[in-house]
Design a protein around this ligand. Structure first.
Ligand code: NAD
Ligand code: LMR
Length: 328
């Protein structure tokens, strides 16, 4: 039996992500939480002829508690999205407090759940989540993930557009670092199958992957950021976690984790000099089975990108940790 909870379920990401979870045969119980409209979204989804039982809660009457009790997987797309001209860091002021409060609920009501943080700025909201879980003595780094799957999905899609490959799913590009602009480091040199793209085109491709989110923000022209592609990516990651927990082997997804606390992560943390970083993660029954280190064989250009990313990530991480350590 798998219970999935979505916090921020009425939003642009929350609704299609909840739809995909409801349609999945891997989910038995789906609990939706939001500050608005979640009972409506739940009623709508509950008419779909798939096994999952759906419930919707608002903050009143212990809504967060009822959503989270018994949850195995908690996906968090709650918070405001960007408008043109904003960076993800501009969302910190509002979203940091939202994530802090929701993670406090997770710590109290389902401390063993796998936690998938989508709310931006991911580079800072995941460190906030870690600090809150630590404060409640329930932090298990193998169960906390910053969802960077959209960067990987974009990398496959954009590379396929350049190479002419019809099925972009057959292209796997490791994307490491964080989830914002130049903290996103696509490792085209390690793509599988190997790519033969001229260097001048590689730079453009890297830039497009790093700033893919801005492309959508600009096109939506004030109506928000990526929602449908994010729901696809968020579902892919949630499904991977559920499958790995169920015993499926060999599932690898890049995501943003607390390196010193996960198997194989310590060594990578020493290389990058920061604690939170996205690398390809092999998933297993307890969440992170192994963090893999692709950095040993990257090219000179990628080393430069990595250096820039680490600098940006350092300040994003410090900002999150400081926020969570301050008195509310
Ligand atoms: P949205 O505004 O459409 O939806 C957000 C939802 O969160 C709303 O329904 C809102 O009511 C709800 N919410 C606000 N405060 C809440 C609280 N305290 N508890 C529960 N729910 C609350 O926004 P969206 O487009 O769905 O984006 C959500 C977040 O996801 C943004 O921060 C966005 O930047 C981020 N995002 C991340 C990625 C990624 O790759 N990690 C990709 C796209 C978007
Ligand atoms: C994305 O990458 O699409 C998201 O992080 C949303 C954004 O603000 O760009």
């Amino acid at each position: 039996m798998v219970k999935a909870a979505v916090l921020g379920a009425s939003g642009g990401i929350g609704q299609p992500l909840s739809l995909l979870l409801k349609a999945s045969p891997l989910v038995d119980d789906l609990a939706l939480y939001d500050v608005v409209n979640s009972p409506g979204v739940a009623a709508d989804l509950s008419h779909i002829s798939s096994p999952a039982k759906v419930t919707g809660y608002l903050p009143k009457e212990d809504g967060l508690k009822n959503t989270l009790e018994g949850a195995d997987v908690v996906v968090i797309p709650a918070g405001i999205p960007r408008k043109p001209g904003m960076t993800r860091d501009d969302l910190f002021k509002i979203n940091a407090g939202i994530v802090r409060d929701l993670i406090t609920g997770v710590a109290k009501y389902c401390p063993k759940a796998f936690i998938l943080v989508i709310s931006n700025p991911v580079n800072s909201t995941v460190p906030i989540a870690a600090e809150i879980l630590k404060a409640h003595n329930v932090f298990d780094p193998s169960r906390l993930f910053g969802v960077t799957t959209l960067d990987v999905v974009r990398a496959s899609t954009f590379v396929a557009e350049v190479t002419g490959e019809k099925d972009s799913r057959s292209i796997v590009v490791p994307v490491v670092g964080g989830h914002s602009g130049d903290t996103i480091v696509p490792l085209l040199s390690l793509a599988r199958p190997p790519l033969s793209i001229p260097t001048d085109k590689c730079d453009g491709l890297v830039n497009r992957i790093q700033f893919g989110g801005d492309e959508v923000v600009k096109a939506k022209d004030g109506a928000g950021s990526a929602t449908l592609s994010m729901a696809f990516a968020g579902f892919r990651f949630a499904e991977s976690v559920i499958k790995a927990v169920g015993g499926e082997k060999g599932i690898v997804e890049p995501c943003y984790v607390y390196l010193p606390g996960v198997p194989g992560g310590d060594e990578i943390a020493k290389v990058v000099g920061i604690d939170f970083f996205a690398v390809p993660i092999e998933l297993g029954p307890n969440g992170v089975a192994k963090a893999t280190n692709p950095l040993g064989s990257i090219n000179e250009r990628e080393k430069e990108l990595l250096e820039v990313a680490i600098k940006g990530l350092k300040s994003n991480i410090d900002k999150g940790v400081e926020f969570a350590s301050a008195e509310p």
